[in-house]
Every structure is written in C-alpha cells, then in structure tokens.
Design a binder for this molecule. Sequence first.
Ligand code: ADP
Ligand code: ADP
Ligand code: ZN
Ligand code: ZN
Length: 742
Amino acid sequence: MTHEHIRLTGARQHNLKNLDLTVPRRAITAFTGVSGSGKTSLVFDTIAAEAQRQLNETFPPFVRNRLPSYGRPEVDMIEDLSPVVVINQRRLGGNARSTVGTITDIYTLLRLLFSRASEPYVGESTAFSFNEPAGMCPRCSGIGMVVTPDIDSFLDLDRSLEDGAILLPGFGNKANTKKYWYRQYAESGLFDPAKPLRAWPVRLREALIHGVPGKQEGLLEHFTRIYLHAEGEMSARKQAVVERFTTSVVCPDCAGERLNEAARSARVAGHTITECARMEITDLIPVVRTVTEPATKPVVDSLVERLEAVEGIGLGYLDLARATSTLSGGESQRIKMVRHLGSSLTEMLYVFDEPSIGLHPRDVERLTALLRGLRDKGNTILVVEHDPDVVAIADHVVDLGPGAGVDGGEVVFQGDVAGLARADTVTGRAMRARTEGRADPRPPHGRLRVAGAGRHNLRDLDVDVPIGVLTAITGVAGSGKSSLVTVLLEQHPGTVVDQSAIATSRRSTILTYTGMADPIRRMFARAGGVSASLFSANSRGACPDCRGLGVVYTDLAFMEGVAAVCGTCHGRRFTEEVLEYTVGGHSIADVLDLTVAEARAVFDDPALTPTLVALADVGLGYLTLGQPLSTLSGGEAQRLKLAGELRNRPEGGLYVLDEPTTGLHPADIGRLGGILDRLVDAGNTVVVVEHNLDVVRTADWVIDIGPDAGQHGGRVMFTGPPADLAADPHSITAEYLRRQAR
Ligand code: ADP
Ligand code: ADP
Ligand code: ZN
Ligand code: ZN
C-alpha cells in the first residue's frame, strides 16, 4: 500500500483548534494566513517537531541521551511522516573556517579537481584543504590570520615594576608582592624595580621583553607559553586576555589564502585554487568547464551541477571564499537549500520558512524552479509563505485563520491555488485586491547626496535620495542595495531604524523592551499592596529554577542550543505566591501570555494604550507581551523598533528599512504602507529596500540598482517615480512591474 498523505489528527499546539488535516506527499503545500494565525505552530512546532522526535526515537538510547529532547507536540496522531529537513532563516553563524565553499561541499569538489588536474600535479585532495594538516598554511593553521602579541600593550612605560608596569594578568605590583610572577621579574636582580621603565636603558627593556638566555624568561615567551600555546580549551577569561594583548593580522606567509606553498601555487586552467575560490560563482563555472581531461569528467560534472544550483538560486554573485558569517538570513537559507539539492535522498520532508525573503521577483522565479525540482525528486515540500508568486506554484494550499491568536488556528480554506483566489478568507481577498500606484508623488524638500560610494560591488556611485518622501530601492539580490544603504547611513547618520538586531538578553521581552513592564508591575503592586519589584523576572518573586525565564537552556557544542519548558514553574516564570496576585482576574503570568491585541481589551490605561496601539499598527498585534525578543524574526524586530519610533512622534528624521514587508501577510502590507505614509507626512525621509511591487508602486521615488548581481550589478539603472520605471527598457525590476500590471 502506498501512503499518499501525511495525516494529522487533533492538532492543538498553541492556538490550533483541534485540527484534522491531510497533506499530500510528493507535492508542494503552501501554508498561508495572517501573522499569528498558526502557520508556524502547525508546520514547524507540530509536523516538523514530531518528525524530528520520531526520528530521534529510532536512535539507540546512548545517542538519544545526547540529543536535545523534543517535547511531544500537542497532537493526537500524525501518520506517514518522513525524515524532516527544516530550512529556516537562522543565519549560518559559523567559525572563521566556515565559508560558502565549505558549507555547500563545493570546495571539497574543487579540491578534488585540483588534486586530479592541477599543474604541478599534487595527488591528494587533502593537499588543498585548509582544514587539513596536508594543505593548511603552517604559519596560521589555515585560518588566514595570525594572532601576534602586541608587545606595546604589555607595559606601561611611565610606571616602575613596583607600581605595576607589567600589565599582563598575574603580575601585580609591590603592594601585591605575593604574586609569583611579579617576584620572578622584580626580584631577579636584573632590573631596578623602583624606576619607571621609560628611564631604563633600552638594553634592559629588551631583556624584560625578550629575556636573557639561561637566566630570565622574557615576557613575550611567558605570554606565548601561557596564552597562545596553551593546550586544550581556552577559557573565556584567557580569551579576553588574548584579545587585549594581541592583534590579528592577515597571515604574512599565505596572505590570507590559508593554504601552504604547494597548494597555493598549483593551477587548473591557469588559475590557483584561491583565485577560483575568490571568483564570483557565475565566473567560476566557465573556468571549470574548460577542464576536459576524461579522468576528471565526473568531478567537473558534479562541480558544475553544484555551482549552477547556487547560481540558479540567485546566489551566483557570491564567491566560495565568502565567510558564512557575513551572509544575510535569506542568503543563509538559500545556501542551506543548495546543500540539499545536491542530495540524492528522496521521500524526505522539507520545511521552508518564507523562502522568498530578500528576493526580487526575478529571483523568486528561480527559487520556485528549485522547489519544484526538489518535489520532482520525490520529496514532500511544506512552505510557509506570503509571496503570491511562491503560493502560485503550490499543488495544495492550507489557509489558516480566520484571524490571529485565539481568533485563528482553524483551516479556513484547503484546496488548489485557483480555489484560494476565489475563497472568502483574508488571504483570498488579499489575492484579489489590486494596489493602485500613487497618483501624484509627493514633492521632495531637498536631496541627500550619496557621493563616490565604493562599498563591495558599487563603483564610485553617485546618487541623490530625495528628502521628505518615500523612496524604494530596488534591484535583484546581490545588486548592491544594502551596500548603497550602508553608505547612505555613513554619509548621513540620522534617526535610523534598520534591521540590525535589537540588543537583547534572554530576559528581554516585548514588555520590557517597550517600557510597559513598569506600569504593569505598579498596577499589580497597587492591587496587592506589595512591592512592584516582586513582579519582575529578575526578583525574588521569580521561579528559582529558571530564574524567571520560564525555560531552561541547554547549550550544545555541536548544534543549536535547545530550550525546554521549566519543570518547576511550567513556564509560568514566577513563584506560586506571586501568581496569587491578580489584576482584573489576571495573574502576572497570565498577563505575559496575553497578545498585544488582547491586552488592549484588558488594560485601558494611558501608560499602556499608545504603545499597544503602535504595536498593533505595525502588524504585531499577535505577539504575546512576554515573548522573548530573541524569538522574533528580523522583520518582526524591525517593526518593533518602528513601533517605538511611532510612539515618539518623530519629525525630520531619516528612516531606512530593509524589507519591512518581511513576514507580513498581504492584508497587512497595506497597513504598513499607511504607517510609512504617516512618517513621511510628519516630515521624515523614508527609504525602504523592498521587493514587494505593491510597495514599490506606492513609493514617491525609486532608485533601481543593477543591472544584475555582484560584479554585474552596482550601477544605478533608474531614478524617478515608479510610474516611469515600468517604461524603462533596461531594468529587470521594470520587466516585472509590467508583467504584474498585465
Ligand atoms: P503564524 O506562524 O501564523 O504567524 P504562530 O503559529 O506563530 O502563527 O502563532 C499562532 C498563535 O500561537 C499566536 O497566538 C502565538 O502568540 C501563539 N504562539 C506561538 N508560539 C508560541 C509559544 N512558543 N508559546 C505560546 N504561544 C505561542
Ligand atoms: P543586495 O542588498 O542588493 O542584495 P548587497 O549590497 O548585499 O546586495 O551585495 C552587493 C555585492 O556585495 C554582492 O556581490 C555581495 O556578495 C557583496 N557583499 C555584500 N556584503 C559583503 C561582505 N560582507 N563581504 C564581501 N562582500 C559582500
Ligand atoms: Zn597562513
Ligand atoms: Zn521556572
């Protein structure tokens, strides 16, 4: 018997209303619905979590005990699941050795090619690996950087040894003569411990640093032995010392190429492996193709296939040497995809989280081709997505709603895309709606000049950004939009909302970040006649086991850390005693579980209402007050900052937003547009990097960067009102504007 569907019975995770659902296998299913309707709860927290849990159950106890334990999701039964691969937006952090080439395994293939076909012939593929002793530069151990002791920072020349002239830890001064190391130097008989170092003869200062053979260890040797050549794991304290007393410079032996001499000089098709790794992938493909020896054909074929997959996903502008830590969230997600595209596994379950983020409509087209390819290999694809162009390729759609939070959690439509377009649901209606362009763009009050921008792929670019209007910066992924914005901000630092992460600790929540925590604690204090601090998660009122976090974190060395609900307070964060106090029937834990929208109904208080309204305005009404900021997506964090700005009623500022529509349902995009308009009308300059053509159409001005990505981008293709862009014959963005208008 073949199993054609994944069958769920009684899904109740978070707001899901006891759902029964069947999802076709070997097909693409899109999950739609407003923010907070339950898409994540269903797809990630129920289906993917259960698939992962069942997979873990198959391991022997020895292995299982070393894996994070996944709680059983709130669901009665899920049948016919497959092993799951979750491809989310979490950035590929990674250490200094992690690059686009290593993480996609493409560098392994490139090494193989060099070991088979290079001149001079070398033989072993490990001879080209900067992670292996056979290939790594011996000087920097394959890091490309060397840490050099910064001798000047060891000493304070204006002090004597007695006054603590040696700044390295463990030395001390005269008042602290018990220090062993201090005595080794001050009482060696070689130096005058009372005289400032500056007054010493150069010879003695040299002796202090470099030592006297057979008599005295120099400080340099001492530092190197204790801090740089120490065996085993380095403690955080030692790490801090190393950072303070050293500088990192590009390795003088390999000039950052990470490889030893032999590996650096071998060539294939006239290029060294480093040259290949630093070439844009688009340019590397033809180079690899010129290798035609029959013995290398299988390697060349797989290499070209992988490189073309990267190009196909719209990342041909990257190079293999690019550190994964510098990739954006969207780029990280697509790079993770490439790893799986090369895999020959079938019957897998792939789960994607808004894969269209950061993608121009042109790139979305490429992405959908890849999703189809993955399906056609025999896999099941689940994708949470708002972009109509991605939803359009789904074989099946599950639309959740009707609203968010408690008003959501039901399947309001299920069927094909044509059916969704006719459905009387928020998503269906949004699909039918047409956004009109702005009839008459607002006139600018002046111009912000960006002059001589040269960051990344921009070449001496000059462009004016109009003041007091809404400008959209468009262009395919990698064309140079973020680079331009970075230069704009450097040349015109202003009041800026950008996507840089909100500085957070695990303790920050919506409540603490927005300043609503204090008024709420005071309400509880007044009602109960006790101190307000009792209701802080940092106080003695907090659960002692999770210290007010509600969850307990386990950090794992080899995978992402995991959070488990605290067994003592069951996620309630406070002690039983504190939970006795209520306001309007709600304990402090209940309040933390309220959504912003619910809180508006519960609290009618001038200290809270404006903040709650601002949060709802930016489309965050579904967040709970106690939600940790660390769990917010980039788009949510950005809108949270925007809400803070709105409350302050700013004027005359410069707002730069990177894809503010990220994560927003089409029905909420119109409202976001309204907020941007309000900012402009209050006298601010708003610049958005945006792919959503509805937003582009309602801007006053467009700056289109292109024509393509990387070296093939970085130029201004068009500036002017959006209505004129559509007529531009050279811009890729214009082509899609025209298509959508049809
Ligand atoms: P979507 O993915 O459609 O935006 P979610 O599944 O994230 O929606 O959220 C659905 C509901 O479940 C919301 O009311 C949200 O506040 C709630 N929710 C989400 N995550 C959690 C959680 N970890 N704990 C409790 N409630 C949650
Ligand atoms: P966009 O914002 O249009 O997607 P970017 O400005 O991010 O484009 O990128 C433009 C070019 O600059 C691309 O070739 C990209 O690979 C390169 N680039 C971006 N960030 C970095 C970085 N941190 N290090 C090296 N190159 C970068
Ligand atoms: Zn080196
Ligand atoms: Zn607890």
